[in-house]
Write a protein that binds this ligand. Sequence first.
Ligand SMILES: *[C@@H]1O[C@H](CO)[C@@H](O)[C@H](O)[C@H]1NC(C)=O
Ligand SMILES: *[C@@H]1O[C@H](CO)[C@@H](O)[C@H](O)[C@H]1NC(C)=O
Ligand SMILES: *[C@@H]1O[C@H](CO)[C@@H](O)[C@H](O)[C@H]1NC(C)=O
Ligand SMILES: *[C@@H]1O[C@H](CO)[C@@H](O)[C@H](O)[C@H]1NC(C)=O
Length: 483
Amino acid sequence: MARLAAALLLVLCLAAPGAEALGMNWGTQASHPLPPKAVVQVLRDNGIKKVKLFETDPAAMSALAGSGVEVMLAIPNNMLADLAADAGKAKDWVKRNVKRYDFDGGVTIKYVAVGNEPFLESYNGSFIRLTFPALQNIQNALNDAGVGDRIKATVPLNADVYNSPTNNSVPSAGRFRADISTLMTDIVKFLAKNNAPFTVNIYPFLSLYLNDNFPLDYAFFDGGATPVNDNGILYTNVFDANFDTLVAALKAVGNGDMPVIVGEVGWPTDGDKHAKSSYAQRFYAGLLKRLAANTGTPARPNTYMEVYLFGLVDEDLKSVAPGNFERHWGILRYDGQPKYPMDLAGQGRNTMLVPAKGIEYLPRTWCALNPNARDLSKLGANIDYACTFADCTPLGYGSTCNGMDTAGNASYAFNAYYQTQNQKDAACDFQGLALPTETDPSTATCNFTIQIQTGAAAVHGRSSGAAVAVALVALLLQLLALW
Ligand SMILES: *[C@@H]1O[C@H](CO)[C@@H](O)[C@H](O)[C@H]1NC(C)=O
Ligand SMILES: *[C@@H]1O[C@H](CO)[C@@H](O)[C@H](O)[C@H]1NC(C)=O
Ligand SMILES: *[C@@H]1O[C@H](CO)[C@@H](O)[C@H](O)[C@H]1NC(C)=O
Ligand SMILES: *[C@@H]1O[C@H](CO)[C@@H](O)[C@H](O)[C@H]1NC(C)=O
């Protein structure tokens, strides 16, 4: 027995570094976000010790205070213009968002993310001139505040800031994108001067999503793909290849040793034919095993990688401009329940994550197509209305609720809206086409969900005018996020 206990202890100790190393992205673009305290608890219950935010929400910060979880705060893109133009505003931001929480028993802030993927080509260059000055002003403000030695500013960048030439598409030929190469060089030099890391988001799922000819196995870590031969080094997965393309780009500007943080990596579970739980499970199993073993990549072998998974929970208000999968990145469902087996310690055990605790649901009531409705001429318009304000992405091609008949589609849309509106009576009418029901309309693959109760639910007005206003604000926030 003692030997078994010792062996178990050894296993636990071996498991620890991987778990310790792991970070998680905590996004909150949801109609019913999990309570911040429940989020911090679920992080701790699952041994996650680092978290990356997308803003500096006071409720999240107070839940994180005293938790010991290390935090990467964030400055959204729409604040870059102000912070770039005015060093005083950057100082003020640092005072209100960093200094305020930076005390014993406060929040353990490690990084400030300046912007989020600001150089994405889809932003048409809107943030090209703003990001570097904002980064400088924030890091200088951190330095002036006396915390710059332990709190570093960095910019989470999309992997499209670097590439290899098409006639030599191997990682070692990686360079920063031609249109921003001077800017990227300046940013890298500034990060290096301040001992700050480079942060990049790497998405093998997107390689697959964006290219019909992309070899499926190359997105995973099982070694099944035909390797890419880079002067004798064999790459068997796109994650390594992508990371090493960045290492080559850094080397080309004289900073080949710069620390690199993977700010986001993950796999969605709905909204596309490749976005499914079985693939997500396979992807994470491979990734987590390598992270726990500190495998590194061919360019940086046997090294620890600081990685933040994307993301913790599904977010039903995320913009779907990049694709319907955007609302399904969570390793937990919207209600904090795990979706598939996952061993964060990377030991390959067939375990489920610890779910969020203390989550309360609305009553077990759904909204469905009224079986007695005769005039269906306005059905399409009502479905469109519901789906404008609620998440209908599971209905799309390749998704969990695709292939239902018209009645199933309508019921799904009506229920999604009804739940988003906290099951208000007026939210299940749709010109007489809908009726509440206590019979679960879910099918084997398609989940007609019941929303959770949130603090906000209690505060929201009951009149439909207020509900529409809330929905419009949500829509506006989405548009702003997209912008
Ligand atoms: C970028 O430009 C394209 C084409 O001109 C346009 O459709 C799109 O809305 C623009 N996006 C942003 C974020 O300005
Ligand atoms: C790729 O194309 C560039 C520009 O035409 C050329 O300078 C370079 O030598 C080519 N590289 C290879 C490996 O063919
Ligand atoms: C159900 O909705 C999906 C997504 O909008 C659509 O592609 C499909 O054609 C609809 N099916 C029917 C029978 O209306
Ligand atoms: C549907 O949701 C319930 C909780 O609301 C969950 O327990 C169940 O596993 C889900 N089913 C599927 C098929 O996702």
